[in-house]
Design a protein around this ligand. Structure first.
Ligand code: SAH
Length: 366
């Protein structure tokens, strides 16, 4: 029997596991604290478990974490880790320190299958879903790496955003286990407000999240009408804007005081005119929303340019004057390609999209 990786089990899973061993439920709490709060990856460290139980755990289970293959540090303090998974594929995780918080940006898939035209991850194609252990393992590794550095005061992960590589709602089950661990007081103990899942708009996934694990929701909107959004986010042809907005209304109806964050990447001459702003205002209507304007981050071969600073400011002012809470997302870590849409990792693209793109740009096919 293969050994089971306890890193990726939420409390319910661990309680069942210990029950199967004839052990009481509080063992789950103890082991969860060891793994997620004290960073233990070896059962021998877990000194409040009996020697006999530790021996059995060593036979039946493991704590296997992703391995740091490379780290880059930005001049602004942002850190990016390239993490190697067991089969050799690599994903990226980014830590963004700010004055009063530290945000970890976590990946949910190896690559992405959605093919948004402005995103570097899309260029790389798609390989597979991450397991819950590989998702929560990104918090585990980031915490350990941060504890290693002598920086004072010690930086901490106060917020998590699922805004790295991949579409989290296309990997719902594994993501949900990882989310529960982020929220669990015996693991990372973050509040729902401080954990944000960002989606390109998988409507049934938004509804499941609302029922099963309602964390903060961010929606990658990027266009205020279907014609334009069909081009930028091809998923829109399956779940058009009206269906998305209805799902967002359901989401906040269940959670008083909550707001949906709408992400909107600023592409020069594409989606940044005053008319687009007015359409967006109409679309959001009275939905409790905030808008994050994201200056477009370039990558080699990108078919867009970022809107000018004046155009971004004008767009923001129009929304602001209509009473919509709007911020311009500060670009962080772009000197190490750690900014939004720049995460790429290294992996085998099972869709062969990256090969097709390369062939196209070298003129082999069109
Ligand atoms: N698939 C999910 C999670 C990825 S989040 C989603 O689409 O929401 C990454 C965020 O960065 C998304 O809002 C995405 O649209 C945005 N983004 C992608 N490429 C970008 C780029 N080149 N510049 C700025 N933002 C980008």
């Amino acid at each position: 029997m293969p050994q089971i990786n306890l890193l990726g089990m939420d409390r319910t899973g661990l309680v069942q596991f210990f029950d199967g061993l004839g052990e009481k439920a509080f063992r789950a709490d103890q082991v969860s604290k060891w793994i997620h709060q004290r960073g233990a990856a070896s059962f021998d460290m877990m000194t409040n478990l009996s020697r006999d139980l530790r021996a059995r755990l060593n036979v039946l289970s493991v704590v296997t974490t992703p391995v740091v293959a490379d780290e880059q540090r930005s001049a602004d303090g942002t850190r990016k880790w390239l993490l190697r998974l067991q089969e050799g594929n690599c994903i990226e995780t980014v830590f963004i320190p700010e004055a009063a918080r530290g945000t970890l940006c976590v990946s949910s898939q190896v690559g992405c299958a959605l093919n948004c035209t402005f995103c570097a991850t899309a260029r790389q194609g798609y390989s597979r879903n991450l397991s819950s252990a590989e998702i929560i393992g990104q918090l585990w590794v980031a915490r350990r790496e941060m504890a290693k550095s002598a920086q004072q005061p010690q930086l901490e992960i106060t917020n998590v955003v699922l805004m790295g590589m991949g579409e989290p709602l296309l990997n719902f089950d594994q993501v949900a286990v990882a989310l529960r661990l982020m929220l669990d007081d015996f693991a990372y103990g973050l509040s729902r407000r401080r954990v944000t899942l960002s989606t390109a708009g998988i409507v049934p996934g938004i509804d499941r999240l609302r029922v099963e694990c309602p964390v903060s929701l961010a929606l990658s909107l990027h266009a205020p009408n279907d014609e334009l959004r069909d081009q930028l986010v091809p998923l829109n042809r399956k779940y058009p804007i009206a269906a998305l907005m209805a799902a967002c209304r359901r989401y906040v109806a269940d959670a008083p005081r909550a707001r949906v964050t709408f992400e909107y990447v600023m592409l020069s001459g594409i989606n940044d005119s005053a008319q687009h702003a007015r359409q967006l205002i109409r679309l959001l209507g009275d939905l409790p929303a905030k808008v994050n304007l994201i200056p477009f981050n370039g990558f080699p071969g990108a078919p867009y340019r970022c809107s000018s600073e004046q155009d971004i400011e004008r767009f923001k002012d129009l929304l602001y004057r209509a009473g919509i809470m709007t911020i311009i997302r500060k670009t962080r870590g772009d000197d190490i390609a750690a900014a939004c849409g720049q995460l790429a990792g290294r992996f085998v693209d099972r869709t062969r999209r990256s090969a097709r793109m390369q062939a196209r740009s070298s003129g082999m096919i069109n």
